[in-house]
Ligand binder design. Structure first.
Ligand code: BES
Ligand code: MN
Ligand code: ZN
Length: 488
């Protein structure tokens, strides 16, 4: 998706589709009799998500008004969403190009840079479609090739700066979404490793890939336990970006390329969605795509434990006890609680980097969907300042995080009769128990936040601003976090 900033007047824009974002209570954006009528009759108000498609206005082939809600309530997220709606419509109409502008009142207090950034983020979100595995797509439509943002001449320079960030985030976001979409027979642990290798080559990152023998040698008993039921070998991926000085931020992503549950097998209904159990890993990889493009002044390490979780004669069984990388022993109660197992070894491995902070993203528990639905990431950690920082990044990114408590009281859920800790505490407080398990392996070594993205990594149905399927959750949040830390 190519983007450009233009300072032409909206009435002179020759484009197949001109989208104008308007707010409720804002002035009508363009002198035209049919628009005047739509506003004067009150048929069109600019309410959130309200659209109006008209023909024969000014020089544009089509004009689309997109409502962003009340003038006083416009946010970054509202603008991003509006751009996504416009891009989704462009995709549906099959126009390869889209021009977007924001009416004065709809802009709220947003600066020109962040405005351009979120418009591009939104366009990437709404324009996405995955057809690469179809031989014959029904009703094929061309890609959205170019997006033009029309701004006031005085905003041009700032908008260009925002475009640079928006373009990078859009690239990382699209990379992640396409990777998430790959089925389990394509995207295996070694495929994820190849993706990391390619990124490293393209952007000169450091990269280390541990294969089965090296994972054994490293003593990652928990990752090995999950992988031992599969014919596909596990991988442990380390990516290193050096853009600054000082201790790195470590990003960790759960990379289960398919989660059947193992011997504690899942029900068949919707099990195909468990190809999305690698979404934490793909978010980390997409963030490295962004880092490669923006080169912020900061050091970042990406860690991805990658494996399948399958049942077989060699699979791990309930009751088995395994020794983790940290040395703590784990009683396996439920083989479907595999994410925390592989992450525990990654968190233990992270210590060697002496992280300034570590953030993990994982589709860890069904319980977070019960608690928060599909609108928020469950957020837990061991450091209040870091929790606040991550939450702020999520607000800016439109990837909201909501805190759950990690009080000592909950630790009891994981007491084992035979080992140091057990991997499941039953149904009560499932998301908290999962996070407490991870905390056992952070062991107070560094500030850490866990993001449970099981409810937000993919959507089961089509939305107004979003296609069904993967969301690339985490890419925008990680980027916002890192850019702020880098002082950019
Ligand atoms: N990958 C699942 C969690 C999940 C559920 C992701 C729904 C996306 C949508 C995870 O590995 C899992 O199976 N968790 C178990 C943990 C339990 C056995 C303690 C769960 O949530 O049921
Ligand atoms: Mn599972
Ligand atoms: Zn899982």
């Amino acid at each position: 998706m190519k983007t450009a900033i233009s300072t032409k007047t909206i009435s002179s824009a020759e484009t197949p589709l001109l989208a104008i974002m308007v707010s409720q209570g804002g002035a009508q954006p363009l002198k035209d009799s049919s628009l005047e009528r739509a506003f004067a009759t009150g048929d069109y108000k600019g309410k959130k998500d309200e659209t109006l498609l008209v023909y024969g206005v000014a020089k544009a082939e089509r004009l689309l008004l997109v409502g962003v809600g009340k003038t006083s309530e416009v946010t970054r997220s509202a603008i991003r969403r509006g751009a996504a709606i416009a891009a989704k419509r462009a995709r549906g109409l099959g126009t390869k190009a889209l021009s977007i502008t924001v009416a004065k009142e709809a802009r709220a207090g947003l600066g020109a840079a962040e405005l351009a950034q979120v418009l591009i983020e939104g366009a990437a979100q709404g324009g996405w479609q995955f057809t690469e595995l179809k031989k014959q797509p029904e009703d094929p439509k061309p890609e959205l090739e170019s997006v033009e943002l029309i701004v006031e001449p005085g905003d041009k320079e700032e908008a260009e700066a925002g475009r640079r960030i928006g373009d990078a985030i859009a690239a990382g976001y699209l990379f992640t979404r396409n990777l998430q979409m790959q089925p389990g027979n394509v995207c295996t642990p070694s495929y994820l490793a190849d993706q990391a290798r390619k990124l490293a080559e393209k952007y000169k990152f450091g990269v280390t890939i541990l294969d089965l023998a090296q994972i054994k040698k490293e003593g990652m008993g928990a990752l090995l336990a999950v992988a031992q039921g599969s014919a596909e070998e596990p991988r442990f991926i380390v990516l290193e970006y050096q853009g600054g000085s000082g201790a790195p931020i470590v990003l960790i992503g759960k990379g289960v390329t398919f989660d059947s549950g193992g011997i504690s097998i899942k029900p068949a209904l919707n099990m195909e969605d468990m190809k999305f159990d690698k979404s934490g890993a793909t978010a980390v990889l997409g963030t490295f795509e962004v880092l490669g493009r923006l080169k912020p002044k900061i050091n970042v390490v990406g860690l991805i434990p990658a494996t399948e979780n399958l049942p077989s004669g060699t699979a791990i069984k309930p009751g088995d006890v395994v020794k983790s990388h940290l040395g703590k022993t784990i009683e396996i109660i439920n083989t479907d609680a595999e994410g925390r197992l592989i992450l525990s070894d990654a968190l233990s491995y992270a210590r060697r980097f002496k992280p300034a902070a570590a953030i993990d993203a994982a589709t860890l528990t069904g319980a977070v969907v019960i608690a928060l639905g599909h609108h928020a990431i469950g957020m837990l950690g061991n450091d209040e300042a870091l929790l606040a920082e991550v939450r702020d990044a999520g607000e800016r990114a439109g990837e909201r995080c909501w805190p759950l408590p990690l009080w000592d009281d909950y630790r009891e859920l994981l007491k084992s009769d035979v080992a140091d800790v057990k991997n499941s505490g039953g149904r009560a407080a499932g998301t908290i128990a999962g996070a407490w398990f991870l905390r056992e392996f952070v062991d107070g070594s560094f500030p850490w936040v866990h993001l449970d993205i099981a409810g937000t990594a993919y959507l089961e149905g089509e939305g107004v601003s979003h296609a069904k399927g993967p969301t690339a959750i985490g890419v925008r949040l990680f980027t916002e976090f890192l850019l702020k830390r880098a002082g950019a």
